[in-house]
Design a binder for this molecule. Structure first.
Ligand code: SF4
Length: 527
């Protein structure tokens, strides 16, 4: 396929990204577009940030985001990094692609694994990607039930994003307030983002979305509901898209392990090249034009939407977290060499265990892709059982991988002198002498690798995100229980035990029930 540029300005209502259209942008073009935005309101540690591309806290995160654009141009990732869009009939960056086959879904997992090798961090663009794919399926379901205008709005928005190769955030998790109360029962009426007013031109919303990955580095936010809702919650059943620099939107970036080290502007201790961030996004009576509203009071679709989105994102973890596993395995093996223990049987055994844990996560992600489910024409969803299993493995294995890497690397991961000590002329000679192991390596080699293990294995992306990103472990367990047909397996067991059984073998190999999304697609006549 040929590289495609279009040099036309589209006339999309309320369009703020007044720039030349490019369906596959370079990383530099992305950086240029988010530099010095006039209306954006972003705070880091209490201070407002205007240029996210130079701020020491946010720059590593921006560089990880940039890697998703570079991937479409670099020889080793170009094929995975691009896809053909039938919506605009052009080649686009895969991060804005609608999956059209199980192979497309597997390409996603492979691309994420490779990008983890290039960043050692979460590169943050997949949540927006999963949001587009979710809305693609849900808007088809809505159209099948007579809500054609939602489908038309979504397709126009998708084309708008694909033509400009925009960087999207997916904003789903609400502040949630009191967890055992529904949105409409909350003492704080804005604990879940809600529609406060509807006019003929659009809607006004107030509330907040929490833990929003990479949001300060994006150009647009796709906002989705965070849970299944009933008719009493219809004001909270809202989905839309907005430019990140919309008036009334405030982004408060969250603190992280070692964040103040990044402010020191060193080059070793904070791993200042690539990182990721999450933010609290506050919507203070924000206007959303009607052509960007995809759900407004349509509570009947919220359960399906959440099921589809969460399975998409859970599948992706099989790629990105396996890729981070590779980084930690490599760093641990290198450190073992540096101190002369690489041939010790217990070290070999630990590395083998780390490989097993990493490849198990990846295998599940690939299974979720290749056993995909077609929900409508041109809509491929991941296999919901495999996707939930993937995420559940990811909630457990990174902690084990980190522990094994610390076991190999030694206590130095928590006790090493700073890079500033190494750079101090009064100390350099001593530290060089006492931190060195095998002669082929320097103390600086060791310190760099120790810091890589510290920052990657204990950072947000590998530890916190792995547990709670794309839903808590409990949410995946609920999904296994819903999808697994215990009655069927009991009948299998009864029949083999020679007891009276109602067993009628089905054509499926697995004792799985249909998911809510599959049954919705079937009932809508899409499947
Ligand atoms: Fe992408 Fe993984 Fe980060 Fe999610 S956690 S945005 S799948 S890199």
């Amino acid at each position: 396929m040929t590289r495609t540029f279009s040099f036309i300005i589209l006339n999309f209502k309320n369009f703020k990204h007044e720039r030349v259209i490019m369906t596959v942008r370079t990383g530099e073009q992305y950086l240029e577009s988010i530099r010095n935005r006039s209306k954006v309101e972003i705070y880091v540690m209490g201070k407002e940030v205007k240029d996210v591309t130079t701020h020491p806290f946010l720059r590593p995160s921006v560089m990880s985001f940039k890697a998703t654009f570079d991937a479409a141009w670099q020889e080793d990732t170009k094929e995975l990094g691009r896809a053909w869009s039938p919506f605009i009939e052009e080649e686009i960056n895969r991060f804005n692609h609608i999956h059209r086959s199980p192979e497309d879904l597997a390409a996603k997992v492979k691309l994420l694994r490779k990008l983890s090798h290039k960043t050692g961090a979460c590169f943050q663009r997949c949540v927006g990607w999963d949001s587009l794919n979710t809305l693609n399926i849900v808007s088809n379901m809505m159209a099948a039930k007579g809500k054609r205008e939602m489908r038309d709005r979504f397709v126009e928005y998708l084309k708008f994003v694909q033509k400009r190769d925009l960087a999207l955030a997916g904003a789903m998790t609400d502040a949630k307030g009191v967890r055992n109360l529904k949105p409409s029962q909350q003492p704080n009426k804005n604990a879940y983002l809600r529609i406060t007013e509807v006019t003929k031109d659009g809607i006004y919303v107030s509330g907040a979305k929490a833990n929003i990955t990479g949001v300060a580095a994006t150009e647009e936010m796709v906002v989705l509901p965070t849970r299944a809702m009933g008719p009493e919650d219809k004001d909270y059943a809202v989905a839309f898209a907005l430019p990140t620099d919309t008036e009334g939107v405030k982004i408060v970036v969250g603190r992280q392990l070692n964040d103040s080290r990044r402010m020191e502007q060193g080059e070793i201790d904070a791993l200042p090249y690539f990182y990721n961030h999450e933010g609290l996004v506050i919507f203070d009576n924000v206007f959303v034009p009607m052509n960007r509203v995809f759900l407004a009071g349509d509570w009947e679709y919220t359960g399906t939407l959440v099921e589809i989105f969460s399975a998409y994102h859970r599948q992706g973890y099989g790629g990105c977290k396996a890729g981070l596993g590779d980084v930690i395995i490599g760093a641990s093996a290198d450190l073992a060499k540096q101190i002369g223990v690489e041939k010790a049987s217990h070290v070999q055994d630990k590395l083998t265990e780390m490989i097993f844990l990493t490849e198990t996560m990846y295998s599940a992600g690939i299974a979720a892709s290749l056993n995909a489910v077609k929900l409508c024409e041109g809509c491929w969803w991941v296999n919901p059982m495999h996707a939930n299993v993937t995420k559940h493995l990811v909630a457990k294995f990174p902690a084990q991988i980190a522990q094994l890497s610390i076991d190999i690397a030694g206590g130095i991961v928590g006790t090493a002198p700073s890079e500033w000590d190494l750079k101090n002329p009064k100390l350099r000679e001593y530290i060089s002498k006492y931190l060195q192991g095998v002669e082929d390596y320097t103390a600086e080699d060791r310190l760099r690798m120790v810091r890589l293990i510290e920052n990657v294995s204990m950072g947000v992306a590998f530890q916190i995100e792995s547990v709670h990103g794309a839903g808590s472990p409990a949410a995946q367990r609920i999904m296994f229980s819903r999808l697994y047909d215990l009655n069927y397996s009991q009948e299998v067991a009864k029949s083999l035990a020679g007891r009276k059984s109602e067993l009628k073998f089905t054509s499926k190999a697995e004792p799985w029930r249909e998911s809510q999304s599959e049954s919705e697609a079937r009932e809508s006549g899409l499947k």
